[in-house]
Design a protein around this ligand. Structure first.
Ligand code: AMP
Length: 229
């Protein structure tokens, strides 16, 4: 069995399915998910100094500063790396300075880890539709993702998390005006991020995120060479 630890960076618009695919990788493959959105929401729910600083930024659909987000990731990565499992970075890097910081971090502190970038492609119309139905577990240590109408993401019991029995609710930044702003912010950075990876010779694996979830997961495993995992 390979001892290679991979770091998977999931890029894609809000609602592209990064979090849902990450949950499947955690459940079925035993990987570790580091979601910068979850880290931010945990700070906000815990009313930490960082949480108070970023609350408004997040509600208004803007990005938290590169420095703050990068230092959060660095800390979490240091803990996760001791586990020996593959790690998913869900929602980071989102800008070129973050991508550069990650590359520097990997070459300075996490030399044994191989970077794999996976881009989930979903249209803006599909994103707006998905996010209008998205529910997340309000337990800040869970934050599992559901949808409120018939789909494979519907919870067994209405508004109750299947995993921890936490209450399900909407994310404040899933309101339509916030979603439109987040999409705009995403598209502003996406191309420069892709150009950056091309400039350093880093392949980007593209995955169609509009297919049914089980198909996205099997495509993903095939595309990253985990066909039999
Ligand atoms: P997400 O759950 O990935 O949609 O992230 C929710 C919000 O957290 C984003 O709209 C940003 O305000 C903030 N955030 C998450 N990840 C990052 C990041 N890498 N850089 C800056 N802000 C971030």
């Amino acid at each position: 069995m390979s001892t290679q630890t991979n770091i998977y960076v999931f890029i894609g618009a809000p609602g592209a399915g990064k979090g849902t695919l990450s949950h499947l990788c955690v459940q079925k493959l035993g990987w570790i998910q580091l979601s910068t959105g979850n880290m931010c929401r945990k700070h906000i729910a815990g009313q930490t100094a960082i949480g108070k600083e970023i609350d408004f930024v997040i509600k208004s659909g803007k990005l938290v500063s590169d420095e703050l987000i990068t230092s959060m990731v660095e800390q979490e990565l240091a803990t996760a790396a001791t586990n020996g499992s593959s790690i998913i970075l869900d929602g980071f890097p989102r800008t070129v300075p973050q991508a550069q910081a990650l590359c520097e971090l990997l070459s300075a502190k996490f030399k044994g880890m191989k970077l794999k970038i996976v881009r989930l492609i979903v249209s803006d119309d599909e994103v707006v539709q998905r996010l209008s139905k998205r529910l997340i577990c309000q337990n800040k240590d869970c934050q599992a993702i559901y949808a409120d109408t018939c789909s494979t993401l519907e919870p067994e019991k209405a508004l109750v998390c299947d995993l921890c029995s936490g209450e399900l609710g909407r994310r404040p930044d899933d309101a339509e005006d916030s979603v439109r702003k987040r999409l705009l912010v995403y598209h502003t950075h996406e191309q420069s991020l892709l150009d950056y990876y091309a400039s350093i010779g880093q392949p980007v694996i593209e995955c169609d995120g509009e297919k049914p979830l089980d198909k996205v997961f099997s495509d993903f495993k095939r595309l990253v060479d985990l066909g039999r995992a």
